[in-house]
Each structure stands twice: as structure tokens, then as C-alpha cells.
Ligand binder design. Structure first.
Ligand SMILES: [Zn+2]
Length: 297
């Protein structure tokens, strides 16, 4: 490796090695979904809560209060919407959020939702050594298990930040699936260095994430530029496209972003739309297990 060379002088083995580190392998899109449904819908909520502030080492009381809005108002509103439609979802929870709000995690599990790993304090994996990342992943899984009573089988890297060690650690932990990468719309098998891993990827995308449309930076010119109606329109088209193709529609939302009075209707309207179609709404773990079994993996 010659990391000091500019990329236009990299020898072919160097750029090939970078590309081959973690790749999408075979598609795991099934012919039919569970019970013959035409399309699968996976709703995920990343319970970042106060780790949005703590992860960068900051301690602003104002921003921590914004984090507290997630568990106080966001999660209860989300759960009411899901309950109204009998829908179950996946919540990705940093260990620090789980320790701050253990009752919330127990309630999620009791209501049939799943809880997945989302780092220790929402750290960025690509800034960590292998040993530190491994230690935090194992401790995060142990913490979620102690708090919720269930061992997580799934992972979403904080900020979808995937380091060169992330997949190795996930394989060592025996995780069923990851949901942090973007090589497809539909599930696929992760390949590491040319070797099929048996780990299912349930792909995400920034366009199917509420945060990119609604986040703002108070001190810069960055403001939300898409109205709630625009976000609903994008999510609706993502669903309708998945329905046409018989694929997967996976959305990522956040309690402290979607949970407001002027936005929660997006989730309600989506659930109403989806419920009128021949669709399987399931947790990520159920979808990953289903496509894995269908593919004979
Ligand atoms: Zn997050």
C-alpha cells in the first residue's frame, strides 16, 4: 500500500483492494415475500437521543434537551402510530441511550419490536482501531441484552459509518444482518475480500432517511429545505417503486426528528397507504431471516 500517493497514481491492486474490502454479493431478493406478499416494508427508528450531543464530546444543555425530546415525545408518538396499524418495527439503540432509558427498551421488546446495536455512544467506527471498535460492539451488545433481556442479532453502524474492521467484528459476533450500506434497494449478501459471509445486508439510503431533510445547524445557513409534504412524497414513491418491483422498502427515521406534531403524520399517512396494499410489514430481523432461508443460506 502506498497511501501517500495521490489516487491518480495508485497502482491497480491498490484501488482494487479498496473496492473489494466489503462488496455486495448475490441478491437475496426473494420471488415472493412472506405469505406471498408482493412487497416488504421495514421501518426503522434510530434512538440516538442524547448521544447526538455526547458522541462529539459536547455537553450543551440545550442540545441535550433536544435529545431528551426523542424519548419523551418522539417514541410514544411513534409507538401509537405503529400500534394503530398493528405494525412492528426495528429500533437501533446506542448502549448509552439504552442505559439512560431502560424502561423504553423493555417496552419496545414487550410490544413486539426489535432492538439492534447502534454503537456505544454513537461513535464513528472509521475513527477507531480494530480493538476499540470490537470492544465497544461487544459491550454494546451485552448492554442491550442486560437492559432488554434479548441478545441483539443485528447491527446498524452509527451514522452508517462502516470501518475496515466492522464486518470482521460482525462475523465474529455471529450477527444475522447489517443495515448500514447502500449497494442495492433489495437485500443482498455481504462479501468480504471476495469471500461470501452469509451476513444479510438490508440496505439503507440517505434519501430514505428523515434526518437529511429536517436537520438544521443553528449557526450556519443550513436549514431544512424540504417541507414535510415533500418528504412524504419521496417516501411514498420509494414505497410505490418497491411495490411495483416486488422489492423491499426500508425507511430510517429518528424519534427526535419525525416525532414532532407537524411531522408524525408522515408516518401515519405512510402506514395507511401501505396497509391498503398486499405488503408484509416486518422487523428487520424477520426480513433478514426470511430472505436468508429463501436463498438457502
Ligand atoms: Zn444514529
Amino acid at each position: 500500500m502506498t497511501p501517500d500517493l495521490p489516487p491518480y497514481h495508485w497502482p491497480e491492486p491498490q484501488w482494487r483492494a479498496a473496492v473489494d474490502r466489503v462488496r455486495a454479493g448475490r441478491s437475496l431478493k426473494p420471488r415472493h415475500w412472506n405469505d406471498g406478499a408482493r412487497c416488504a416494508v421495514a421501518l426503522s427508528f434510530d434512538s440516538d437521543h442524547e448521544t447526538n450531543e455526547l458522541r462529539v464530546g459536547a455537553q450543551s444543555i440545550g442540545r441535550l434537551s433536544w435529545g431528551q425530546y426523542g424519548p419523551r415525545q418522539g417514541v410514544p408518538r411513534i409507538l401509537r402510530a405503529l400500534d394503530r396499524h398493528g405494525a412492528r418495527a426495528s429500533f437501533f439503540v446506542p448502549a448509552v441511550s439504552a442505559l439512560l432509558y431502560p424502561d423504553e427498551q423493555r417496552r419496545l421488546v414487550a410490544e413486539g419490536h426489535e432492538i439492534g446495536i447502534h454503537g456505544w455512544i454513537h461513535e464513528l467506527n472509521s475513527e477507531l482501531t480494530h480493538d476499540v471498535e470490537r470492544d465497544l460492539m461487544f459491550r454494546a451488545a451485552d448492554t442491550l441484552e442486560q437492559v432488554s433481556g434479548r441478545r441483539p442479532v443485528r447491527m446498524r453502524t452509527p451514522s452508517w459509518d462502516f470501518s475496515p474492521s466492522t464486518l470482521r467484528v460482525a462475523r465474529e459476533m455471529g450477527l444475522l444482518y447489517d443495515s448500514s450500506l447502500m449497494a442495492d434497494d433489495d437485500p443482498y449478501e455481504l462479501v468480504e475480500g471476495g469471500e461470501a459471509t452469509g451476513i444479510v445486508e438490508l440496505p439503507v439510503e440517505w434519501i430514505r432517511d428523515d434526518a437529511v431533510y429536517f436537520s438544521m445547524n443553528r449557526t450556519s445557513a443550513l436549514r431544512p429545505y424540504t417541507p414535510p409534504e415533500g418528504v412524504f412524497d419521496i417516501f411514498r414513491r420509494e414505497f410505490e417503486g418497491a411495490y411495483d418491483e416486488g422489492g423491499l422498502c426500508l425507511l430510517t427515521m429518528h424519534p427526535h426528528i419525525i416525532g414532532y406534531r407537524s411531522r408524525i403524520w408522515i408516518l401515519e399517512a405512510l402506514l395507511e397507504l401501505v396497509s391498503r396494499h398486499d405488503v408484509w410489514i416486518a422487523t428487520h430481523a424477520e426480513i433478514a431471516a426470511f430472505v436468508k432461508a429463501e436463498a438457502g443460506l
